[in-house]
Design a protein. Structure first.
Length: 360
């Protein structure tokens, strides 16, 4: 700044005007100084230019000074960013795949070992339970299990028996051919459509002992549930003595409900209470069959009744006594009283029903 002030008082070389030129402006007052626009302005201007030059130099120096610290600052390590950069995943070691395979193999071997142990344990438990049941069944079945079971079938031996059916009121089956040409199927259809078996029926008992302890039948009785009038329709029959049939000699009379089943002699006469000799159910698991002929007696007109009943089979098994109530498919058996003369019924013949008194 000192050098710039001193230059403002020294005229620049070659900048003074000629005298004549200066006199053109008239006399100069002592108290006035002539405008020396040229030299003073130049003098003032040049120092400004120089000052600007020096200012520019200082600015450049300043910029250089400011730039240099930045450059120096760039040499210093930068601050760590807020989020660390992702590190590259380490490359798997050459034997890592083998280790994973070994782990899977060991896991599977462990699973197989556990499964094998479970199977072996189940086999042991099953053997123990089976042995327990075998030991238990030597005297009685497991708690809650049945000791003996019973089933039944209804059948007729048409070579020896008459199968008689009382039809529902208003029936006229005699005007139709036998169902599929079979009298038994036709009689079953009549029962299904409101009729009822009459006279007698055969019931086959199927008893199964579920233990190793023998079961012995001691009696068979009829337990009558209720009675009701028989249907008032026509009578239809089929069968009759046409030969010798192997049938049971055990008879149960529904008209005498308190009397147990009786054994018949060769002529069909009752001889003794059934069973007169020891009758055992077959070995464990094997069914035994017993046939019982059930009769309802004869009656005519409105006096005839139909019985609904079940069979009460008494038995012993070791030191225990029991009863089996036997029905047919969850319903009681039904049997109506027959008629004293079969000539009042339509009889089967060929493929049709034959009216009473008509030649077949």
């Amino acid at each position: 700044m000192t050098e710039t002030t001193s230059e403002q008082h020294e005229p620049a070389a070659g900048s003074a005007r000629p005298v004549g030129a200066a006199s053109d402006g008239g006399p100069v007052e002592p108290h006035e100084r002539p405008e020396q626009a040229g030299p003073e302005s130049d003098a003032e201007t040049e120092p400004d230019a120089e000052a600007e030059g020096e200012g520019d130099a200082e600015a450049e120096a300043g910029s250089d000074a400011e730039t240099e610290p930045d450059a120096e600052a760039g040499d210093q390590p930068e601050a760590a960013p807020a989020t660390p950069p992702e590190e590259p995943e380490p490359e798997p070691e050459p034997d890592s795949e083998g280790r994973r395979l070994g782990t899977r193999v060991r896991g599977r071997l462990r699973t197989f070992a556990l499964a094998g142990a479970g199977v072996a344990l189940s086999a042991v438990v099953a053997a123990v339970v089976s042995a327990y049941l075998d030991i238990w069944s030597a005297s009685e079945p497991p708690p809650g299990a049945p000791r003996i079971t019973a089933a039944s079938e209804v059948w007729w031996d048409l070579l020896t028996d008459h199968h008689l059916v009382r039809a529902a009121p208003g029936s006229a089956y005699e005007k139709e051919p036998l169902l599929m040409g079979d009298a038994q199927d036709s009689l079953a259809q009549i029962v299904t459509e409101g009729g009822v078996d009459a006279g007698m029926m055969r019931i086959r008992l199927i008893l199964t002992n579920l233990t190793r302890t023998p079961a012995t039948i001691t009696s068979v009785r009829a337990r009558i549930e209720r009675t009701h009038p028989v249907p008032a329709g026509p009578l239809y029959r089929c069968g009759g003595p046409q030969g010798v049939g192997e049938v049971s000699r055990v008879t149960l009379d529904l008209s005498r409900p308190l009397q147990p089943a009786m054994e018949q002699g060769a002529e069909g006469q009752p001889q003794a209470q059934y069973p007169s000799s020891k009758v055992q159910v077959a070995a464990q698991g094997d069914p035994a069959y017993f046939d019982v002929a059930v009769e309802a007696g004869t009656a005519t007109g409105p006096a005839a009744v139909a019985y609904e009943f079940v069979l009460d089979v008494a038995y012993t098994q070791g030191s225990r006594q029991g009863h089996l109530l036997v029905d047919t498919a969850g319903r009681p058996f039904v049997l109506a009283q027959g008629t004293d003369t079969l000539t009042q019924a339509f009889r089967c013949g060929g493929t049709k029903w034959i009216a009473p008194g008509e030649a077949g």
